[in-house]
Design a binder for this molecule. Structure first.
Ligand code: ATP
Ligand code: MG
Length: 1006
């Protein structure tokens, strides 16, 4: 007699379900969200999540659901592959997959065995992540997406990184992500722990922790199970006391309860009282009721893994087909195995597999693993992605060292191809550990020990673990040195050169002066130890890297010399990718030494060469520096094209978020921000992450602030909240963010805050002993503008002392801006049009502060920016119009005003438009947008409304007069008229009315 447990009604999880359904609401509304569902084994995570996926499917979600496997933590992207395989029937998913070879490679039939490009630029992982993000975004455009990754406690490192990446990058896509993990498996040093901690810091990620079920819920569940099975008949009837006993023993664990019930009902009534204690013993007692052959199948399946391939298990069990089938049927009838897809079975619960596996005798276990190894070694099985990694584990478990070594090598290669450097490193490291214990390691591996070490290190670095790579390479270098000293055979100088070069290269990427100094030293020693003749690309590369290390000291002459030598060596060796790299360095140095035309020439060449040589990493680096050089020269059109092409390349190859991939994107953005194609610029900026958790992301988000602040987009506040924690982070020179926070504050009329933020930005750009940079000019001007406002107020209020203080502060800021423009650190630097425009603005703002708001000075600003910088031109015309109005040139002022207003409207630059409206009202030029006034205020003329606004701002009559360009006497007449019309007894009362009637907008609404 067997009790079938129905996948029936879910009990006692209303709250948790409710929270997960809210998640779906959010995803539907275009707010990407994630939930981490945790709880002990068997508590009901999968049950809850399957309820959510069912409901999501009903709501039209595209559901992708994948599982990690216990033996799978060395198989790259196992749950993702699982999810994609499961969803690949849907045409939408199939189409989205077919255009992404990085992803199709994960599927059994998609293993083309070839990497898309031969470029070892270490970008495979980013390409993979980019492809997943692209896939989800594409799917989410058609219908909301639910991605479920189950049992993350068994996830491979690449999957863990992917989950973090997705949680941070998804923002406005219609995507919900649910991950589950077992709390009781998460020991103190479990690698998922820090990941969970990091994810839960994101406000978009919620934790759903499943507590044991309440006794009443469990009782309900068991009663339903019994009723469904109609097993309530004698002799297996169960009375209330017995039921309560089961519920008490199950301790809130649904799975345990079910198993207790099944054992209770299915067992001999005489044994009922003596059910074994503990879940594992209970499960085994259920297994023991099966025939010997069925038990044998279960034991074999337990070694194969939770998901057992039918054919594989049959072969491993050594049973004849009919015998095997009968045994499987028996296990299925007893609810121990459950059919899974067309080709296999799964244990009804992972805990069951664990119990069976744990019960194997040592010799039996070794033998079964050995059988599994020999079956998996067959080429046809090995061709399926992930098999080599499994094979390595089976070999290790059956003490087959040579087998494990060979399988690890193969698994490493496979992981590399799949864009999973973390796993590649792990497998190569495993092979390195076994090296000494294998008879002919070089022959099996197809490479020398040092080469394998190099490969392992490169993959560690690509997976983000540069420290580990450096550690490995240092040791390899020492080993080679020792070998040379003791005369143990010839040293492979070329391999030694590669190791030294990579060590120097990775040391450079560590942000630390000591590492940088070591990089220079190692690179130099490697150059010296590498033979220049005959020409080799390795020598050329070593020289080119040495040139790069010299950039650390800004010694441009030396850099130029060595980069040129690297270039020659690369030519001699016929290594165009090294040539391209050296050319980028040369171009970069030319740019930095003020020879921008030469820089553009060199970089154009480098870009072309990198593209021809198909070195993606160098191509993007070249595109970035080239676009930047164009931009610096003020050639927005060409810069925009280069940056756009770079962006396309990066996106096509999934590198949109890799180092130079993000850089070309923000340059592309900057070009369109500058040239006024703002809807396009906004699209680009919207792609920059908001929920940033790393310095490069914070930098990218800071870029988006340019447009989000200039347009007054509410997302600016969210960006700010996320960027802020990085402002104090070492290595984050957030002057762009701080400068823009200052502009934001200024637009909102918060002068104190504007000054504080601008000063913070100025301070960051100060570099002793040289002084200020060109990047100082912009925040200095923002501060100057704030000082000018204060100086004008002080003068209007007749407060001479304050006026002089403000003017002095403005003078100091002007000095700072001028010093920044001179760039004392690089005297040969030539300021581009943007820098000159801002410098001219500094001069004009100082004149404004001093009370001599000179239209000529603003005209000069227009001239310096030239016609291309659309928004800056409009901003300047606003000030020019104001200066003209003050000077009494009303018509000219009106003309400037109109042009500025037209641009502001076209750009949707709301804060500028509001400033223009304000000027229009005060100077009576142009037409301010009317903001529906209330009835109470309807009696006031537009002029009176302006005056009331100023009253509400606490201004005196004299100040009002100065702001509105009218005589103080006129101002006082206006004030008494207003009081009369409003029936207000005092200015304070009038101010209160203005606030109440919404005439004075709240700062946040400005
Ligand atoms: N709330 C519930 N209502 C009804 N049945 C439940 C409930 N929770 C769990 N179950 C049942 O209990 C059993 C174990 O649950 P489930 O597989 O979801 O556990 P789990 O937390 O995913 O375990 P693991 O950590 O091993 O993956 C299943 O048969 C499931 O149907
Ligand atoms: Mg589960």
């Amino acid at each position: 007699m067997v009790l079938r447990v129905p996948a029936g009604r879910m009990v006692g999880r209303d709250d948790e379900l409710g929270r997960l359904l809210t998640l779906l609401d959010d995803a539907e509304a275009g707010r990407s969200v994630a939930a981490l569902v945790s709880g002990d084994a068997g508590v009901g995570k999968t049950r809850l999540v399957s309820e959510v996926t069912r409901l999501a499917g009903g709501r039209g979600f595209t559901v992708l659901s994948g599982q990690c496997a216990e033996l799978g933590d060395s198989v790259p992207y196992l749950p993702l592959a699982d999810a994609l395989r499961g969803a690949a029937q849907s045409t939408g998913v199939r189409d989205a997959l077919s255009s992404r070879p990085a992803l199709s490679r994960l599927l059994p039939e998609g293993g083309d065995g070839q990497r898309a490009d031969e470029d070892r630029s270490g970008l495979a992982r980013q390409q993979m992540f980019g492809a997943v993000l692209g896939l989800l975004t594409e799917l989410a455009a058609a219908a909301p997406v639910l991605l479920v990754l189950e049992d993350l406690h068994w996830a491979d490192a690449s999957t863990r990184d992917l989950v973090t990446f997705l949680s941070r990058m998804l923002h406005r896509e219609r995507v919900a992500l649910i991950g589950t993990y077992r709390t009781d498996d998460l020991h103190r040093r479990h690698p998922l722990r820090p990941v969970v901690a990091e994810l839960l810091r994101l406000p978009s990620v919620i934790a759903v922790d499943l507590a044991p079920l309440a006794p009443s819920a469990l009782a309900e569940h068991l009663t339903a199970a019994l009723a469904e099975h109609l097993m309530a008949a004698a002799p297996n009837r169960i009375d209330a006391i017995e039921l309560n006993d089961l519920v008490a023993r199950a301790e809130g664990n649904a799975y345990y309860a079910e198993e207790l019930l099944a054992a209770f009902v299915g067992g001999d009534p005489a044994e009922r009282r003596a059910l074994p204690a503990g879940l594992a013993a209970l499960l085994l007692s259920r297994v023991e009721r099966l025939s010997d052959t069925a038990q044998r199948v279960l034991r074999t399946a337990a070694v194969a893994g939770r998901r057992a391939d039918d054919e594989l298990v049959r072969a491993a069990s050594g049973l004849a087909a009919d015998e095997y089938e009968a045994a499987v049927r028996e296990a299925v009838t007893h609810q121990l195995l459950v059919p899974d897809g067309t080709e296999g079975y799964v244990f009804r619960h992972a805990l069951l597999r664990e119990a069976v596996y744990g019960d194997l005798l040592p010799g039996e276990r070794t033998r079964l693993h050995a059988t599994m190894s020999s079956l998996l070694s067959e080429e046809q099985r090995l061709a399926v992605p992930g098999t080599a990694a499994e094979l390595a584990q089976h070999c290790l478990a059956s003490h087959d060292i040579p087998g494990a070594f060979a399988a690890s090598m193969r698994a490493g290669g496979e992981a590399e191809r799949l864009g999973a450097p973390a796993e590649a490193h792990r497998h190569y490291d495993e092979a390195l550990a076994l090296w000494e214990r294998v008879a002919e390691p070089e022959k099996t591996a197809g490479m020398a020990h040092g080469k394998l070490g190099l490969l392992s290190a490169a993959n560690a670095a690509d997976s983000g673990d540069v420290e580990r790579a450096v550690h490995l390479l240092r040791r390899l270098r020492q080993a080679i040195a020792a070998q040379a000293e003791q005369g143990e055979g010839p040293v492979d100088v070329i391999l030694a050169s590669r190791i030294g070069e990579r060590l120097a290269f990775y040391l450079m990427t560590i942000d630390d002066y000591k590492a940088a100094a070591e990089a220079v030293e190692v690179a130099w020693a490697t150059v010296e130890a590498t033979p220049a003749e005959p020409p080799t690309w390795q020598y050329a590369r070593t020289v080119a890297t040495y040139a790069n290390t010299l950039l650390i000291d800004d010694d441009f002459d030396a850099v130029r010399e060595w980069a040129a030598r690297g270039l020659d060596a690369a030519r001699a060796a016929g290594a165009p990718w090294v040539q391209a790299d050296a050319l980028v360095t040369l171009g970069f140095v030319s740019n930095r030494s003020g020879r921008n035309d030469e820089a553009i020439e060199l970089l154009t060449q480098a870009h072309k060469q990198a593209r021809e040589a198909k070195v993606l990493g160098v191509e993007l680096r070249a595109a970035y520096h080239l676009a930047r050089a164009h931009l610096e020269r003020g050639d927005l059109a060409t810069g925009g094209i280069v940056a756009y092409e770079g962006t396309m390349r990066a996106n096509q190859t999934g590198l949109g978020l890799a180092p130079y991939g993000t850089d070309v994107q923000h340059l592309h953005f900057q070009c369109h921000y500058a040239d006024g194609k703002w809807d396009h610029a906004q699209e680009i900026a919207d792609g920059f992450p908001v929920r940033v958790t790393s310095i490069p992301e914070a930098q990218l988000s800071s870029m988006a602030l340019f447009i989000d602040i200039a347009r007054g987009n509410p997302v600016a506040a969210e960006r700010r909240a996320w960027i802020e924690p990085f402002l104090s982070a070492h290595g984050f020179d957030g002057f762009i963010a701080r400068g823009l926070f200052a502009e934001h504050a200024l637009w909102q009329g918060d002068i104190e805050l504007a000054l504080a933020e601008a000063q913070a930005a100025i301070d960051v750009t100060f570099e002793p002993p040289w002084g200020y940079h060109p990047s100082t000019i912009r925040p200095a001007v923002i501060a100057l503008s704030a000082r000018a406002d204060l100086a004008i107020q002080a003068r209007a209020a007749g407060d001479d002392e304050s006026f002089r203080a403000e003017l002095a502060a403005a003078g100091e800021l002007l000095r700072v801006a001028r010093e920044g423009a001179a760039f004392p650190k690089r005297p040969k630097f030539i300021l581009g049009p943007e820098g000159r425009g801002w410098l001219a603005r500094a001069e004009a703002e100082y004149r404004r502060a001093s009370g001599d708001n000179d239209p000529q000075a603003w005209q000069a600003v227009l001239g310096e920016f030239g016609p291309d910088y659309v928004y800056e031109i409009a901003r300047t015309r606003w000030r020019l119009a104001e200066a003209l109005a003050e000077a009494g040139h009303r018509d000219e002022a009106a003309e400037q005003w109109r042009q500025a207003a037209r641009t502001a409207d076209r750009l949707a630059a709301r804060p500028l438009r509001r400033a223009l409206d304000d000027l229009a009202r005060r100077a009576r030029i142009g037409t301010a947008e009317q903001h529906g006034d209330s009835e109470v205020l309807a009696a006031l003329t537009s002029r009176e409304r302006e005056v009331l606004r100023l009253i509400a701002a606490g201004r005196s009559n004299k100040e009002i007069a100065s702001v509105l360009f009218i005589a103080p006497k006129t101002a006082s007449v206006h004030v008494s008229n207003i009081l009369g019309k409003l029936g207000a007894a005092s200015r304070t009362e009038a101010a209160a009315i203005a606030h109440r009637e919404g005439l004075v907008s709240q700062p946040s609404a400005r």
